[in-house]
Ligand binder design. Structure first.
Ligand SMILES: N[C@@H](CCC(=O)N[C@@H](CS)C(=O)NCC(=O)O)C(=O)O
Length: 203
């Protein structure tokens, strides 16, 4: 399999953590892709122009991260990261949606903040995205018990989203007021799959 990736993408990190947790890391060749390079051909793999995109063993090209992670989970015989049915399944999928929503909002705010001309930046837009993250984090703090038990795609997604906030928003610690979530993350972040996938270059 071939994974088109960028080293700092938190969605790619979800896939990388999933690959390690499912024992499939060595079955995946990493193909570096700069989605912001005007000459990139990422749209040949994903018409949305985003990473991650995965070329599978049977030559399908899959996107986005939830689909890729579920595909990887279908390829191994160990305990499943996507619970197959019932409350456990919907809880894990909803946690994944919430965590991916944190990432979407955090990235939109970051891109807005990085606009070269200050006058072009919308404070209203950035505040809207900040509020999304605050509400989602508060929900996770209230529902942290649902993150206990065997590892799921919900836990992986939440772990990668919280790690991304630490990576990109170092001056805005999310932990104050959310002690139970902070305690959960401290333990989750020590998994071998997390320590092996820490992004190195903050550019
Ligand atoms: N929903 C997608 C989001 C992927 C995404 O936004 N990737 C970013 C990198 S962190 C990207 O490629 N952005 C390029 C763009 O927005 O044009 C997923 O879960 O894979």
């Amino acid at each position: 399999m071939k994974l088109r990736y960028s080293p700092t993408s938190p969605y790619v990190r979800k896939v990388s953590v999933t690959a390690i947790e499912t024992g499939l890391k060595t079955a995946i060749e990493q193909v570096p892709t700069n989605v912001w390079d005007p000459s990139t051909d990422i749209h040949m793999s994903n018409p949305l122009g985003k990473v991650p995109a995965l070329v599978t063993l049977d030559n399908m090209t899959l996107y986005d991260s939830p689909v890729i992670c579920e595909h990887l989970d279908s390829l191994h015989d160990g305990p499943k990261l996507f619970p197959t049915e019932g409350l456990a399944r919907w809880t894990a999928l909803c946690q994944q949606a919430l965590a991916d929503g944190i990432l979407d909002a955090a990235i939109l705010r970051l891109l807005e903040r990085r606009r070269p001309e200050e006058v072009m930046r919308s404070e209203t837009w950035m505040e809207r995205q900040r509020s999304v993250v605050v509400r989602a984090l508060n929900t996770l703090e209230d529902e942290v018990e649902a993150l206990s038990g065997d590892i799921t795609i919900g836990q992986i997604s939440v772990g990668c989203a919280l790690a991304y906030l630490d990576f990109r928003y170092v001056d805005e610690d999310w932990r104050p007021g959310r002690p139970i979530l902070a305690e959960w993350f401290e333990a989750f972040d020590q998994r071998a799959s997390m320590t092996a996938t820490v992004p190195k270059d903050p550019t």
